[in-house]
Design a protein around this ligand. Structure first.
Ligand SMILES: Nc1nc2c(ncn2[C@@H]2O[C@H](COP(=O)(O)OP(=O)(O)OP(=O)(O)O)[C@@H](O)[C@H]2O)c(=O)[nH]1
Ligand SMILES: [Mg+2]
Length: 348
């Protein structure tokens, strides 16, 4: 899963990036290059499974993160190159400065939202002409593109995000190549001050209301604090979090909010070698899920032996799960459930 970080200049994007990637990447500051890194997605169930299935290592699923330079208001074409770095990501995190006393989070939220819409307008206008020309010569695919672009143009001209309309699968396919930013799911990140960790201030509350009005989702975190915590040795992190009154690093709630926003689910593979989590789309069937582990599994899929992590917790071992008749043998049509532990049987 890939996520792009956007926000006005100085809103804390790079701080969040460093927190999420635990400073594993040397960031570039003051260039137009994106910072690209990966964050382990923390998952308490992963550790639970490892308690019952002895293993050499625990491997969490990862979130790919792209941090781009700030987008200033009214930047016009200079934005296009910067934003191009995130046209292919699945979702956006919109970071908003709520830590400065003088900041106006609601305006910042609306201003950047509008910048994304305007940048889409430019892409749409540039592409529409070409699609119209090809459509006239009878190219059906181009006709679909033209119709979808016209529908999107009508929205952005009213300063509404592309995502607010209903889009059929065919329309989505026709639009995919354009990577329109306002069509992507957006998670709003209220970047709060260290003395407002729960976002009780008026500014954050007003932002929360504005986001809710749009039907959006918001998480509250302090990027600079999270960044400091992520630099600590692992055994000191919990203590630091506890002393701040935090239960877990912000990457947990952030990743869960993204999963929900994107309609994703988690399944697990568990064995001597490793216990590992995998992210798939909700509704994915067993072969597709297997394909995320290895393409051979999808190609040569035979069966998936599954049980649920809740059953493992209840019964205490894979052997007990089996003896209780809870080990299911599922075929190609099986839709994986969030929390399934799966052994794939395949033959290529
Ligand atoms: N007090 C406080 N300062 C923060 C917080 N997050 C970021 N900052 C400060 O804000 C400044 C900008 O942070 P960055 O993370 O570089 O912001 P950015 O959005 O990446 O900035 P650009 O890439 O230049 O647009 C730095 O001096 C940070 O220390 C925060 O949560 N609290
Ligand atoms: Mg930055």
């Amino acid at each position: 899963m890939e996520c792009g970080i956007v926000g006005l200049p100085g809103s804390g994007k790079t701080s969040l990036f460093q927190a999420l990637t635990a400073h594993a990447v040397a960031v570039e500051i003051g260039t137009l290059n994106p910072n690209i890194g990966q964050a382990d997605i923390p998952d308490p169930r992963l550790h639970e499974i490892a308690e019952f299935v002895p293993t050499k290592k625990i491997v969490p699923a990862r979130l790919e993160i792209v941090d781009i330079p700030g987008i200033s208001v009214g930047g016009g074409t200079s934005h296009v190159a910067v934003l191009a770095h995130i046209r292919t990501v699945a979702a956006l995190c919109h970071v908003i400065n709520c830590f400065d006393a003088g900041a106006d989070p609601v305006s910042a939220y609306r201003d950047l939202k509008l910048e994304l819409i305007l940048s889409d307008m430019e892409v749409i206008e540039n592409s529409l002409e070409r699609a119209q020309k090809s459509a006239q010569s009878g190219d059906e695919e181009a006709q679909r593109r033209r119709d979808a672009l016209q529908k999107a143009l009508a929205l952005v001209e009213e300063e509404r995000p592309v995502a607010v309309a209903e889009w059929s699968a065919a329309e989505e396919l026709a639009m995919r190549g354009y990577g329109l930013l306002s069509a992507k799911p957006i998670l709003v990140v209220a970047n709060v001050a260290e003395d407002d960790l729960y976002g009780a201030s008026d500014g954050v509350q007003a932002l929360k209301a504005a986001v809710a009005e749009d039907g959006g989702t918001m998480v509250v975190l302090c990027a600079s604090l999270e960044s400091e915590i992520s630099e600590l040795p692992e055994d000191e992190r919990a203590e630091m979090l506890g002393s701040m009154g935090l239960r877990e690093p912000a990457v947990g709630p952030l990743a869960r909010a993204l999963n929900e926003l994107l309609g994703l689910a988690t399944f697990y593979t568990a064995g001597e070698k490793e216990v590992r989590s995998w992210i798939i789309r909700q509704g994915a069937m067993a072969p597709e899920a297997g394909g995320s582990v290895h393409s051979d599994i999808e190609r040569g899929f035979i069966r998936a032996e599954c049980y649920h992590v809740d059953e493992l917790r209840e019964l205490g071992s894979e052997k007990a799960v089996k003896e209780a008749g809870k080990l299911r043998s599922e075929g190609k049509q099986y839709v994986l459930k969030d929390g399934d532990v799966v052994h794939f049987l395949f033959n290529v």
